[in-house]
Design a protein around this ligand. Structure first.
Ligand code: BDR
Ligand code: CA
Length: 312
């Protein structure tokens, strides 16, 4: 698998799981501006890999800005450094010299040649993935599957209508859904309908903290305690990590294959994912943007405690 991240407290939780779960083979990590500016995202990502002892996994920097608009970060949620302000030491490992798009292309092509296509897991605004689709459509077609965190059928957060990752770069999400429809790449959407449900309690965090002093236990505990404090709760969601957990335990999540489009032009609804739940859907011919209609496996229900346990 490849993770595309804007680390980010919950991206860090996802990286920890992807690094350490024995059934997952994390081949590369690409970074994009989102929760924090790109340089912070790269540093945070390297910090997590180093804490997990996986310094061999290449980490590359990609797009700092969305395709069209100026970046609007979420440091008011994720902390000034974008990752919970834990005072963690600076990483000693460096970033890969390749641009994220080249690391994506080479990793996807390599896995395809080995006969084991990559599962691509974007947990951030999909700018890098849209650029890949446009620059290297042949490589995009070689992706085995996309499982992305973003959007929601019924729930939103960045605005009354839209989820943060899609709101940050709606055009990129539309390009990726369009390209996946054109190239027959299966897509699963892990959106806000399920995102908040797998939760770690403060008691769980204490158990994690007892595991190590500067490893994934201490880091995971610090992240979860920070988010609990921020939302004045005794628990916190593992967020993006749920999308990674879904790869290990698909039975814990109920998905439905539904048409999904992205609102690109609404005054109050820009960035909303329009999930067509009508019984007779599938005949939406009219599309002002001329995009293909993506059929997406949308996560609608989750066994939150089971996914939280898996992460723990
Ligand atoms: C998404 O936005 C970011 O703040 C999180 O990392 C997650 O990917 C949730 O809307
Ligand atoms: Ca994220």
């Amino acid at each position: 698998m490849i993770l595309d991240v804007d680390t980010g407290v919950d991206d860090a939780c996802a990286l920890i799981l992807a690094c350490l779960h024995p059934e997952l083979d994390l081949r590369a990590v690409t970074c994009v501006g989102g929760n924090a500016p790109l340089p912070d995202v790269v540093r945070n990502t390297l910090t997590v890999l180093e804490a997990c002892g996986h310094t061999e996994i290449p980490v590359a920097a990609g797009a700092s800005h969305p395709l069209l608009e100026r970046p609007v970060d979420a440091r008011h949620v994720h902390g000034d450094d974008g990752m919970a302000d834990l005072g963690w030491p600076e990483p000693t490992i460096g970033v890969d010299a390749r641009h994220a798009i080249d690391l994506l292309r080479e990793t996807i092509d390599g896995a395809h040649a080995e006969g084991d296509p990559v599962t691509l897991v974007p947990l951030a605004p999909m700018t890098n993935i849209a650029l890949l689709a446009r620059m290297y459509p042949d490589s995009f077609e070689r992706i085995g599957r996309i499982v992305f965190m973003g959007g929601g059928a019924m729930v939103s957060n960045a605005t009354a209508a839209a989820e943060f990752n899609v709101f940050h770069d709606p055009e990129a999400t539309a390009v990726v859904l369009d390209a996946s429809a054109d190239h027959d790449v299966p897509v699963t959407m892990y959106g806000l309908d399920v995102f908040y449900e797998p939760r770690i309690t403060l008691a769980d965090a204490d158990e994690l903290a007892a595991l190590d002093e500067r490893g994934p236990g201490a880091l995971g505990a610090g992240l979860m305690r920070f988010m609990s404090r921020h939302f004045d709760s005794d628990s916190a969601t593992i967020g993006d990590a749920g999308a990674v957990a879904l790869l290990v335990d698909p039975e814990a999540v109920r998905t439905e294959r539904l048409p999904v489009r992205v609102e690109l032009s609404g005054t109050w609804t820009r960035g909303r994912t329009i999930v067509d739940t009508r019984d007779w859907s599938g005949d939406m011919d009219h599309d002002p943007h001329g995009l293909a209609q993506a059929q997406v496996d949308v996560a609608l229900e989750i066994d939150g405690p089971r996914i939280a346990r898996l992460w723990l």
